[in-house]
Design a protein around this ligand. Structure first.
Ligand SMILES: CC(C)(COP(=O)(O)OP(=O)(O)OC[C@H]1O[C@@H](n2cnc3c(N)ncnc32)[C@H](O)[C@@H]1OP(=O)(O)O)[C@@H](O)C(=O)NCCC(=O)NCCS
Length: 189
């Protein structure tokens, strides 16, 4: 699982990559800025209160260090503006080794509505398939309407609901569970 880069065909200033190497200071700073702005906008990937910068930096460097996780980065004009993570099954879970969990996908508010999330999603699916993954799973708050549209347009199939999935500002929110069976190699995703 090395680093890789895909330049968007339609908009040359956008790019997507995945990495297992520690982030540079400037990338780490941009990723923390993007995270802050997404949390302030309503988040969607766990944080409900803005963490301090040290906590956030430790979190992101930890994501890159974890062997069972792959970090994806989206850039606009070279600046990190979003990310996502693939979580692979641990080695002892051979039975689910062909599946992975897609989590924590977000694009900072300033870079939205320009196709980055759908380009990122396509790239993640290709990378997962190249890693031998056949099925992607994800779960999401029922209130994340843009993300739900993104996943449903991309062919993710809803399989269930969890009535006590998350709590934000004291309000309990329903969660939705999806999967997508990836097409085999040599076919377009
Ligand atoms: C969901 C989310 C990732 C979408 O990011 P995004 O980069 O804005 O997504 P896209 O640009 O690919 O698609 C969004 C819309 O922009 C449209 N779009 C794409 N390219 C465009 C362009 N060049 N010009 C104008 N609109 C465009 C898409 O058609 C899509 O429209 P639709 O919502 O009517 O279907 C983002 O809103 C987000 O981070 N939300 C909060 C976090 C979250 O919910 N994460 C998921 C759970 S962990």
């Amino acid at each position: 699982m090395g680093s890789s880069l895909l330049k968007s065909k339609s908009i040359p200033t956008q790019s997507i990559e995945h990495t297992k190497t520690p982030l540079s200071l400037s990338d780490l700073n941009d990723l923390c800025d993007a995270t802050d702005s997404s949390i302030e906008d309503g988040g969607g990937f766990g944080w409900t209160d803005l963490p301090d910068r040290d906590t956030l930096e430790t979190y992101w460097q930890g994501v890159v260090a974890m062997p069972s996780r792959l970090l994806f980065l989206a850039r606009q004009e070279g600046i990190i503006c979003g990310s996502a993570q693939l979580l692979f099954a641990p080695k002892n879970n051979q039975a689910q080794g062909f599946t992975a969990k897609l989590m924590s996908l977000f694009i900072a508010p300033w870079a939205r509505q320009e196709g980055l999330a759908s380009t990122l999603l396509t790239y993640i699916e290709r990378t997962a398939r190249d890693e031998g993954i056949e099925v992607l799973n994800l779960d999401i708050r029922a209130t994340q309407h843009s993300a739900l549209k993104l996943y449903e347009n991309a062919g993710y199939i809803k399989i269930g609901e969890h009535p006590y999935y998350a709590r934000v500002n004291g309000e309990t929110i329903k969660g939705l569970y999806y999967y997508k069976k990836l097409k085999p190699q040599n076919s377009d995703l």
